[in-house]
Design a protein around this ligand. Structure first.
Ligand SMILES: CCCCCCCC/C=C\CCC/C=C/C(=O)SCCNC(=O)CCNC(=O)[C@H](O)C(C)(C)COP(=O)(O)OP(=O)(O)OC[C@H]1O[C@@H](n2cnc3c(N)ncnc32)[C@H](O)[C@@H]1OP(=O)(O)O
Ligand SMILES: Cc1cc2nc3c(=O)[nH]c(=O)nc-3n(C[C@H](O)[C@H](O)[C@H](O)COP(=O)(O)OP(=O)(O)OC[C@H]3O[C@@H](n4cnc5c(N)ncnc54)[C@H](O)[C@@H]3O)c2cc1C
Length: 639
């Protein structure tokens, strides 16, 4: 079958209103309209072509990224795009660039940690791109006195950086503070005196994150003007006197709370993209196994394919909704901070750190699983999956290594439990700890598989598991005379308790989403199926935790799995429509396997001939290396 919509028969099976689901996915009708318009604008502009990335050398690749960034900026100005539209445009250009750090970290750091005066001076310059900034925190080795190493945009482009360094006045060390530092001349881009700066070298994967100039930076007797220390949290007077505002010191790390929150939202984008590719291809791909001489089986009908694919589809939706909620939490904490209410900062830190860790790990693993779900073709660059994986996987490391972040969540949980004794009632995402006595001894009330569809049953099982794991850690910690030694010794268990807590947050936010008014025929029902798949898949995967803590019985674990299989069958007819609801253009997907019309094979065949290796029938190097070898063999054979 040439041309046409090869997935039309799949689209007809949908039991819900796909257009309404698109709005739920986008977050609002307005968000959908902006996203739809800007994605099509990018897709229709040949200047944003990206299929040639894996073929380019690092220098060509990087120059091409600079061209695209400059062109994107030109279009933003010409079209008078709003901040929201401009950020969507950069998103759909889909190429990591110095601009990510400029808009995503440099500007937020000044907004969050600069005084009013500092903001008035620096923000207009940055908004007009008259200066370009990056965020320089990480060091080559340990400590804050070696060389900065890794900051994106630093290597070749940034003119300025927010640099994190120790502040020492009168011989007294006041800890790490942020400073705005000019790195390069605004006339000829050469490094300013005392500054050594450059790119740190090629990274994982061809193309991929090599469009970014992650950099190294050293200072030799560089003087930073006093008023370039970011002074919202603490100040140094003209006389050199150090003082602190009446705010928590941790606000110095506020930019990370912001970025981790955006990384959670981004996880749903990356995972949904991989899932869209794997789902469409699984419906196109047929294998043996048909009965009565009918058409061969679509691989999406194999139960094994479903049990690998549908939990990822459900996770993409789950991460979308928890990302939405996290954005609300971040906005709420920001408003509270402005009113000098710092009470929810520890929770916002724990939630952003923990959810960043959980969603990026699941997304990186999920993209790789999607590659395998596409069989051999998933390994081709034209599937889009190798590059997506290579670009995405460092999210498990940047903005805090995932294990380090989970340990921070664990500290927060142990602290929350320890405060119960003093009568402090936990709120927000730890409110369930307030019922710890009930959760320690409750019994799961599941007798038949369908009982697992009750939100209250699922919630209680996840709350009990999380509470019991945290309490077990706290009890074990209390056996150590040195708490830090105990924390180090038990860190493996603490990480698992933190994971259980974060999974509970995601499940509970999905359930809360379903309590909202969701318009559109069948939309809520489909989301209900996905929510149950997500929760029961986690329960099945971590059944060791649920069983060993006595939250469920082996029979109940068996029933959960039985229910999960039934849910996969319910999701099956809707699978293609559920990925169509992401509303991704073929340009953004960047995948032959995932193209909207499902016309995969002719496109793969055609793309192969466009590979530079096929420019000539006889390759370069044949005469030099292969021909003499063949001749040599010929002579040997004749002897
Ligand atoms: C609109 C468009 C947006 C687009 C956005 C796109 C952005 C681009 C996306 C990706 C590109 C990649 C960019 C990557 C950038 C980076 O990687 S920047 C470097 C980030 N580095 C880290 O994350 C290091 C991880 N380590 C930490 O976070 C550490 O906590 C620390 C900050 C280094 C401090 O360590 P220290 O050992 O000194 O202290 P701790 O014991 O960890 O913490 C002490 C107490 O402070 C609390 N804490 C820690 N961090 C925070 C925080 N961020 N906010 C609030 N509170 C915090 C911690 O809980 C401790 O509290 P306690 O004393 O009560 O226990
Ligand atoms: C693509 C990319 C972009 C980046 N962009 C920026 C940027 O723009 N600006 C910037 O400042 N930085 C940036 N970074 C740096 C990034 O923030 C750090 O790499 C990250 O915070 C991890 O720190 P590390 O590399 O020192 O890892 P390490 O801390 O050396 O981790 C190594 C191993 O040790 C383990 N480990 C470390 N500490 C502990 C502990 N306390 N307990 C138990 N285990 C531990 C970790 O789990 C990990 O397995 C970027 C990194 C990457 C990969």
């Amino acid at each position: 079958m040439e041309g046409g919509d090869h997935l039309a028969h799949e689209r007809k099976k949908a039991q819900f209103d796909v257009e309404a689901m698109k709005i739920v996915w986008a977050g609002s009708r307005h968000a959908f309209e902006v996203s739809d318009r800007i994605s099509k604008l990018v897709a229709s502009d040949p200047a944003f072509r990206k299929d040639n990335r894996p073929m380019l050398s690092r220098k060509e690749l990087f120059k091409n990224t600079l061209r695209k960034a400059a062109y994107a900026w030109k279009r933003i100005i010409e079209l008078r795009l709003s901040e929201e539209e401009a950020s969507k445009l950069r998103f759909y250009v889909d190429e990591p660039a110095f601009t990510d750090l400029h808009w995503g970290m440099f500007l937020p750091a000044i907004k969050g940690q600069g005084t009013e005066e500092q903001q008035q001076k620096w923000l207009p310059l940055a908004y007009k791109m008259q200066i370009i900034g990056c965020y320089a925190q990480t060091e080559l080795g340990h400590g804050s006195n070696s060389s900065k190493w890794w900051p994106g945009g630093l290597g070749k482009i940034s003119t300025h950086a927010v640099v994190y360094a120790r502040l020492i006045t009168d011989g007294q060390d006041h800890g790490v503070h942020g400073f705005i530092v000019q790195l390069r001349s605004l006339d000829d881009h050469s490094p300013l005196p005392g500054i050594t700066v450059g790119d740190i070298g090629m990274k994982f994967g061809n193309g991929a994150y090599n469009t970014m100039d992650n950099g190294v930076l050293r200072f030799d007797h560089v003087r930073i003007p006093r008023d370039q220390m970011l002074m919202k949290v603490s100040q140094v007077s003209r006389e050199g006197k150090y003082s602190q505002s009446n705010v928590p010191r941790q606000l110095v790390y506020g930019t990370m709370v912001f970025v981790r929150q955006t990384i959670v939202a981004d996880a749903s984008c990356a995972l949904s993209r991989a899932v869209c590719i794997a789902t469409r291809y699984s419906a196109v791909r047929r294998q043996f196994g048909s009965q009565n001489g009918g058409p061969e089986t679509q691989v999406i009908d194999y139960k094994t394919q479903q049990s690998r694919l549908f939990p990822l589809l459900a996770s993409a939706y789950a991460f979308r909704f928890v990302g939405e909620w996290l954005k609300w939490l971040y906005t709420d904490v920001t408003q509270r901070l402005q009113a000098n209410d710092f009470s929810t900062l520890p929770e916002a830190h724990a939630c952003t750190a923990g959810l960043k860790s959980l969603t990026t790990a699941a997304t990186a693993d999920g993209i790789e699983e999607c590659r395998k779900l596409c069989g051999g073709h998933g390994y081709l660059c034209s599937s889009g999956l190798p590059e997506l994986f290579a670009v995405y996987v460092p999210a498990c490391t940047y903005e805090g290594d995932n294990t380090v972040l989970l340990l921070q969540v664990a500290r927060f949980l142990v602290k929350t439990l320890s405060q119960l004794g003093s009568g402090k009632q936990p709120v927000g995402t730890t409110a369930y700890m307030g019922q710890v006595e009930h959760l320690m001894q409750c019994h799961c009330n599941v007798q038949k598989a369908e009982d697992w569809l009750k939100p209250a049953v699922i919630l209680e099982a996840f709350e009990a598991r999380s509470a019991r794991m945290s309490v077990a850690c706290a009890k074990n910690l209390s056996k150590f005379t040195n708490p830090e030694e105990g924390f180090a010794e038990l860190s493996g268990d603490l990480v698992e308790a933190a994971i259980a807590h974060c999974q509970l947050i995601i499940v509970s936010k999905f359930i809360e989403k379903l309590q909202q008014d969701i318009p559109g025929k069948g939309v809520k029902q489909q989301l209900g199926v996905l929510c149950n798949i997500y929760a029961l898949f986690l329960l099945h995967k971590h059944q060791g935790d649920f069983l060993s803590t006595g939250c469920i019985t082996p029979k109940q674990a068996y029933l959960a799995n039985e229910q999960l299989r039934a849910l996969y069958s319910q999701a099956r007819p809707n699978a293609i429509a559920l990925v169509d609801a992401f509303n991704y253009t073929d340009h953004y997907l960047g995948s032959i396997l995932g193209c909207y019309d499902g016309n995969v094979y002719p496109k793969l065949y055609e793309a192969a001939w466009k590979d530079p290796l096929n420019d000539s029938v006889v390759p370069d190097g044949y005469r030099e290396y292969i021909w003499p070898m063949l001749k040599q063999q010929l002579r040997t054979a004749r002897l």
